[in-house]
Write a protein that binds this ligand. Sequence first.
Ligand code: SF4
Length: 281
Amino acid sequence: MSDAQLRDALDAVRARADLAARRTSDPVGVVHRYEDPLDREIVGLIAAAIAFGNVKTILAKLGDLLDRVGPSPSRAADHPAELKARLRGWKHRVFIGDDLARLLIGARSVQLANGSLGRDFAAKFEEHGAIRPALAAFCDGIRDAGKLRSRTRRGPSHLLPDPRGSSGVKRLLLFLRWMVRPADGIDLGLWSLDPAHLLMPVDTHIHKLARNLGLTREERLTWRATEEITAALSRLDRRDPTKYDFSLCHMGMLQRCPSRRDPVRCEGCGVMPVCRHWHVR
Ligand code: SF4
């Protein structure tokens, strides 16, 4: 299959998609409800950080959390004791209210020191010259400022993972995509980084589809798989490779891809002409 065929198939999936409906059912839709860019970047960080599991549950937990925090999440973090009291009793999977309060307090501290999270990230990218070390330093800053660490609980390290490890850190890369890609109804275009530098946020569905489309041969969902998939998508659009996240995610969610030739479950799949299970050389 050629890059042009793959590009055409993914562009067609995106062109047919209902962006407004997608935004409503996605945590990024919550970020769009805020006007102030400082609130948007903080809500985006929280929404991406807790985006584990069933999307309806994530939206319900995010809504409850933000109701407790109040109308301006960035300014709410200026009163740490009150914020912690408001979030007491909140829980989602391994995360508790105190973890989220510390994330908010740490992120707000970085905003106050640099003007915004976006400026801090831009400075770190300029210093390190690549996304992975910049993201690691960015997370270190928030973690240190919010004292977001624990020796006995997994919540803090899961909330803000370390990109230096082998994981693909999908939620952090999703947050970057929301902040950096040009505003298109889903992404917000808040930060000034060049979208060409972004890496694909890869979860198990995207990884499976990427293997079906020949974007990676990596069997495990690792940072290396993330880099391979991004490099393959850069051949389709080197200025904006993560724009294809929407198409791939859309397919993965709607089709419940069986990763084999299954006429019933594959029916209507927009990438069938370029899927390795159907493509006839
Ligand atoms: S054609 Fe079938 S196996 Fe291939 S990506 Fe689509 S749903 Fe998955």
